[in-house]
Design a protein around this ligand. Sequence first.
Ligand code: ADP
Ligand code: MG
Length: 246
Amino acid sequence: MAFIEVSNMKKSYGSLDVLKQISFDVNKNDVVAVIGPSGSGKSTMLRSLVHLEEVNGGSIRVADDYLVKDGVYSRPQEIKQITLRMGMVFQHFNLFPHLTVKENLELAPRLLKKESAAEIKNRSTDLLAKVGLLDRANAYPANLSGGQKQRVAIARALMMNPEIMLFDEPTSALDPELTGEVLQVMKHLAQEHMTMIVVTHEMGFAKEVANRVMFMDNGEIIESGHPTELFNNPQFDRTKAFLNRQ
Ligand code: ADP
Ligand code: MG
């Protein structure tokens, strides 16, 4: 059974159909790269998985539980439990500016009150070491580079021990010389078999790290396949046209 199963997911804003009955599966350990032109619905798709958007139809199953089934959402407490299994990283970091790096990492686990302060502190130390920012633990976001901010955002998402990480164009707001350090952290996560969905314009990363690439256009998944297959032998004119523009 797939870890995540999306079926006939539909989302509209007024008369604008942003997601047109899309269906896809994500298995444990998959690294799925999502590519496609601006406005094709990539962010809406990702945000719907973590209930930052509500869909207008279809189903989203995560492991044994439905976030939404045939357009009907589960109860708030169930939705919370489901979304806690997923970590999300945004293009614009979304760090809390008034908290230090360490406090950004520790806030959500502390509010959840499931672990002791010592356990939380140990994990934040480990994760900051993992993303190479232990020496910046007491800095404020304003004093970090974009690449450092995004590495903090990744560590913060990992604090909740997610079973899947969702990335929405994590390097698109960064200067080119800073994208490498963020992609490197993501690559390490993939090597540790983290399940990931990554919306990205970084075709090199998609080719090297993803085991599946999904091409979206105009609210639909046009095609999806192994990177070598999709990049070297795209089946649809829309995919070919998009890849030729990259
Ligand atoms: P992508 O991430 O692929 O660029 P989005 O998911 O952000 O695409 O947007 C898909 C479409 O939905 C776009 O046409 C966008 O303008 C529209 N859209 C996104 N959010 C809203 C909103 N809150 N209200 C109205 N339209 C929206
Ligand atoms: Mg987007």
